[in-house]
Design a protein around this ligand. Structure first.
Ligand code: ADP
Length: 502
């Protein structure tokens, strides 16, 4: 096993990896940007080195700076977390050249999965069902019209090099085609420096369900159940749960076996996720493969009891998986809320700034919080605003839901806005509680008026009532005595305040 690992990331995922290292007797090494000097991952790591700069390009995306730190501190391996360099085949190659173990797949499968058009081709060849659509980027307007006519409407235009929901455009009919194409291309160019766009059939009202796999260097690949990720806002995941309330055991098994076939077909190693779009009749189609640890990996850990980061480290060190498919028997249900520094009352605008007060609700049976922040920390605006993930496990879905509601009600965070109130709304919605939802759920919910009797509303009404009672009483007493409010005099000279308080 490795003695020292460099973690090329920040926030909650860097903390997550540090914890796994500690438990395995491995020395975790943190790197940090200017604005992250006091970040939690820096405080928790055994060693921490400045990268300088604050923009991602100057710090967490700077391959050569990170490799220089790895060399000088004597790290034997690099864990990339997710985001930043986690799916950068060039970084994997550079690690390989430097003799550093990269905790993830080899550069070739990563490269193959890096572009949506290439991954569709490779998967289709491996016998994995893919969403109907084009296999190559669209060349020009004529190609666009021909391909659209063949695929049919509604369709999705997608950036070949895409990710994070960027460069996606829904086209409902031919009249929207040309403008959708231009918008998708320019968003693809500005987000990924590559304007290539292709077409997929739009599967209406679908589920996004993904399968976690682990593959070692000795030919064993297993699947660890699925995650239902249909609760999305603007194509981005918001809340995930496992098992999916939509799947039956037979479809679950077939999806798991397909995911294993997909991974084996490209020589995949380490932890990975195969994402599927599932239609109303439970037909499933390959969407993409994420060649890294996912944000939502903890829900799988909660039901399987398998620490995925430890498994990643063992696989990278060449240790064979000591798990057989039949050993993996998920227990109970788990869900995860992504707590972002965003204002749900203001179109989810980022809300960076100092956390003035924080009470973590991670207490009590079945609750876990993977956080990257603490009270007093200034959430920088330079990076993804994910603060923490709140995870609840229950013997049944109902118990997990109640537990999550309980934990959310204990959450206290002041100084910045967060998505906690948004989750309270989702977790009191009858359709979500009934497990009856697709990727359209949040857009539909946002069109409804919020429930009047929400906890915040009650607290706000009570607070307003108390204040007016207080004001009325004090107004009466000041005017009858003609005195100045005692609060105004607090902290002034002893004689004054005593005089006024008497
Ligand atoms: P990105 O890589 O940018 O995250 P994905 O291809 O993973 O994009 O898709 C993001 C989300 O968009 C999916 O989870 C799903 O909700 C929706 N989506 C993607 N492709 C389709 C499709 N062909 N039909 C319907 N919805 C889709």
């Amino acid at each position: 096993m490795f003695r020292k690992i460099l973690i090329a990331n920040r926030g909650e995922i860097a903390v997550r990896v540090i914890r796994a290292c500690r438990e395995m007797g491995i020395v975790p090494v943190a790197v940090y940007s200017e604005v992250d000097r006091a970040a939690l991952h820096v405080r928790l790591a055994e060693e921490a080195y400045a990268l300088g700069g604050s923009s991602p390009a100057e710090s967490y995306l700077n391959i050569e700076k990170i490799l220089a730190v790895a060399r000088s501190c004597g790290a034997e391996a690099v864990h990339p977390g997710y985001g930043f360099l986690a799916e950068n085949a060039r970084f994997v190659e550079r690690c390989e050249q430097e003799g550093l173990a990269f905790i993830g797949p080899p550069s070739r499968p990563m490269d193959l999965m890096g572009r949506k058009t290439t991954s569709r081709k490779v998967m289709s060849e491996a016998g994995v069902p893919i969403i109907p659509g084009t296999m190559e980027p669209i060349r020009d307007e004529r190609d666009l019209r021909d391909a659209a006519a063949q695929v049919g409407y509604p369709l999705l235009l997608k950036a070949s090099g895409g990710g994070g929901g960027k460069g996606l455009r829904l086209v409902r009919d031919a009249s929207e085609l040309a403008s959708g194409f231009n918008m998708a291309r320019s968003e693809a160019e500005s987000s990924f420096g590559d304007s290539a766009v292709y077409i997929e059939k739009y599967i209406d009202d679908p589920h996004h369900i993904e399968v976690q796999i682990l593959a070692d260097h000795h030919g064993r690949t297993v699947f660890l159940g699925e995650r239902e990720c249909s609760l999305q806002r603007r194509y981005q995941k918001v809340l995930e749960e496992t098992p999916s309330p939509f799947l039956d055991d037979e479809t679950r098994r077939r999806m798991g076996e397909t995911a294993v076939r997909a991974a084996a077909g490209i020589g995949y190693r380490n932890a990975g996720t195969v994402e599927f779009i599932v239609d109303g009749r439970k037909n499933f189609y390959f969407l993409e493969m994420n060649a890294r640890l996912q944000v939502e990996h903890p829900i799988t850990e909660m039901v399987t009891g398998i620490d995925l980061v430890k498994a990643q480290l063992e696989i990278a060190a060449g240790i064979p998986l000591d798990l057989k498919q039949e050993d993996i028997r998920p227990q109970g249900c788990a869900l995860e809320c992504r707590i972002y520094a965003e204002d749900p009352d203001n179109d989810f605008l980022p809300s960076p700034g100092r956390i003035l007060h924080l009470h973590n609700p991670a207490g009590g049976f079945g609750i876990r919080e993977d956080s990257g922040v603490y009270e007093g920390f200034v959430v920088p605006f330079e990076y993804d605003p994910l603060l923490a993930k709140l995870i609840a496990w229950g013997k049944t879905r109902d118990e997990a839901l109640r537990r999550m509601r309980r934990a959310l009600s204990e959450y206290r965070i002041y100084g910045i806005k967060t998505t906690v109130p948004f989750f309270k709304r989702i977790l009191s919605h009858p359709r979500f509680l009934g497990g009856d939802y697709t990727t359209h759920f949040i857009a539909d919910m946002e069109k409804e008026t919020p429930i009047e009797s929400s906890e915040e509303k009650r607290v706000a009404v009570l607070a307003a009532g108390l204040k007016s009672l207080w004001d009325a009483r004090h107004e009466a007493s000041y005017s009858s005595r003609g005195a100045v409010s005692p609060w105004k005099l607090r902290g002034r000279a002893e004689s004054h305040s005593n005089a006024s308080l008497r």
